[in-house]
Write a protein that binds this ligand. Structure first.
Ligand SMILES: O=C(O)CCC(=O)C(=O)O
Ligand SMILES: [Fe+2]
Length: 518
């Protein structure tokens, strides 16, 4: 492939000097620097190693269904006989493209599960089909143990909370308006500290766009099963249509169908799992960017015991594009997340970039569309198991007609009553760690209804996989000693996606045993 496929037909920007294939210091392979083209010759194997040195770099063929929830679309560019595995996540690699002369920054992302071929999840009914064919049936796998059932929890809730208690509603327009700003900021701080959840109004995202996105998602869920099954979520992965976070035949299932898509960076998008029906979901790749797909490949730089890691970030290129609606939605919600991170930082007395600045400019964004059909026994099942989100922030758009989200507070489950046009925001695990537990990611779940369906559109905004995180020094002192260790967010993400949803258990990954004095 020559220069005929340069992006948009523009002359290649001159890069000087040429950036060679570069690995982190401690993983430098013993072979001469390569450009992307020489590495990725079709059918080629690894760059050869110096005799006697252990191989440190491998390229392998894309095996989307085995490898991963996100970033599993990478096409075959070169194939390695045996894939090495990587325990080092998020190490950026720089490659220079022979074809377009762009420098591509590639980041290893720990997005995949351990060998998904080993995961046996048994028979999983599609809940929408069950509803059609056996409207009164609730298979055993969906029936929760007594203590987990919504009815039990509802009874506990009524004894603990007064009915007036609901998650706070924050008016974003007031956060910037003179005298009102201080008060609203205090309300925001209280919402983050006491609830970990709040709803926002006047958030700046066009209501018409929210409506269009909801319509698009509903159109997808209403398609015949054969159509939706063209985008299967493989066991142990979290992208496509199906059930996420299922790892065994004994695990209880959620009364929910999901369509989950990685959005940003573009290289985590998996074209195989991106619906082309409804046709509005997808439109053709922008001209000139298709050449990039051949440069996407999977790298492993050293053996590890669990998951293979993928290189997933390509700068300056979009291998393919998605629905205009989803693209706009994703951009607007991202912008909202950024504004929220600024005000949340300010509510803590930090600089405006005190939180997002910790991401070093690298972020990941994904969307999960959850469809909960009506259930003949909503008292026995859960729509979505209790969990906290592994993101920094989550933005949830919920059906105004149908409540279903519940937040855990003081041992009780509090329903989040939809406010028309509002978006629900929750603090994710990343913010809990950065704020040293001052703002907490809070456990939440979804319940179903007997005669109403429900849709939620959930955007996760998180640091990039190369980001190292730990509590901000400003929020650590003698009274509040450090509660979390430093870790690589990519590794945390891998930990999160390879376990079933189990309340806040995943954050044990980062917790250290220290007492807070209050
Ligand atoms: O559907 C809901 O209300 C909850 C969804 C959720 O928490 C999630 O997808 O992480
Ligand atoms: Fe969630």
């Amino acid at each position: 492939m020559g220069n005929s496929k340069l992006p948009m037909g523009n002359p290649p920007p001159k890069l000087a000097p040429r950036i060679p294939f570069a690995l982190p210091q401690d993983t430098q392979p013993h072979h001469p620097p390569s450009t992307i083209g020489s590495l990725f010759k079709k059918g080629s194997s690894l760059p050869s190693e110096a005799p006697g040195s252990p191989p440190t770099v491998a390229l392998t063929r894309h095996q989307g269904d085995q490898l991963g929830p996100l970033a599993s679309h990478l096409p075959a560019a070169a194939e390695a006989p045996a894939a090495k595995r990587n325990s080092r996540c998020g190490r950026p690699l720089l490659l220079l493209c022979d074809d377009c002369h762009h420098q591509h920054r590639l980041t290893m992302a720990p997005l995949c599960c351990s060998n998904t071929r080993e995961i046996k999840i048994g028979h999983v009914d599609d809940v929408q089909e069950l509803r059609k064919c056996r409207p009164a049936a609730v298979p055993e796998r969906y029936i929760r143990d007594v203590g987990e059932r919504p009815a039990e929890a509802a009874a506990a809730a009524s004894s603990v909370l007064s009915s007036s208690e609901n998650i706070p509603v924050i008016d974003m327009s007031r956060l910037v308006r003179g005298g009102e700003a201080r008060l609203e900021m205090e309300r925001l701080a209280a919402a983050c500290e006491e609830w970990g959840f709040f709803q926002v109004v006047n958030h700046g995202v066009e209501l018409e766009l929210l409506r269009r996105m909801e319509e698009l998602a509903m159109e997808f869920f209403m398609l015949p099963l054969e159509e939706k099954e063209k985008y299967p979520m493989a066991p142990g992965t979290i992208q496509g249509y199906g059930h996420a976070f299922v790892f065994s035949e004994n695990q209880k299932l959620d009364w929910c169908n999901m369509l989950a898509l990685g959005l940003e960076p573009h290289s985590i998008r998996n074209p195989k799992l991106w619906p082309s029906n409804p046709s509005r979901f997808r439109y053709p790749p922008p001209r000139g960017h298709d050449h990039l797909s051949k440069h996407l490949t999977i790298f492993f730089d050293r053996p590890c015991t669990s998951a293979p890691l993928l290189i997933v970030e390509i700068n300056g290129g979009c291998p393919f594009a998605c629905s205009e609606t989803l693209e706009l939605y994703s951009a607007e919600i991202r912008e909202l997340c950024r504004r929220l991170l600024v005000v949340i930082a300010e509510s803590l007395g930090l600089r405006p970039d005190g939180l997002e600045g910790m991401f070093g400019g690298s972020f990941v964004q994904a969307v999960r569309m959850n469809y909960y059909p009506p259930c003949p026994r909503p008292d026995l099942v859960l729509g979505l198991s209790p969990h906290s989100d592994g993101s920094a922030l989550t933005v949830l758009q919920q059906d105004a007609r149908s409540a279903g989200l519940q937040v855990r507070k003081g041992g009780a489950w509090v329903p989040v009553i939809p406010v028309p046009g509002a978006l629900v925001i929750n603090i994710g695990d990343t913010i809990e760690v950065l704020t040293n537990g001052k703002y907490k990611s809070v456990e939440h779940r979804a319940v179903t209804h007997h005669d109403r369906d429900r849709l939620s559109l959930v955007t996760f905004y998180a640091p990039g996989y190369d980001v190292e995180l730990g509590p901000l020094p400003e929020l650590v002192d003698d009274r509040r000693p450090c509660l979390y260790r430093r870790y690589n967010h990519g590794e945390y993400n891998r930990h999160y996606v390879t376990r079933r949803l189990q309340g806040k258990k995943t954050l044990d990954f980062a917790r250290i045993d220290n007492e807070v004095c209050v």
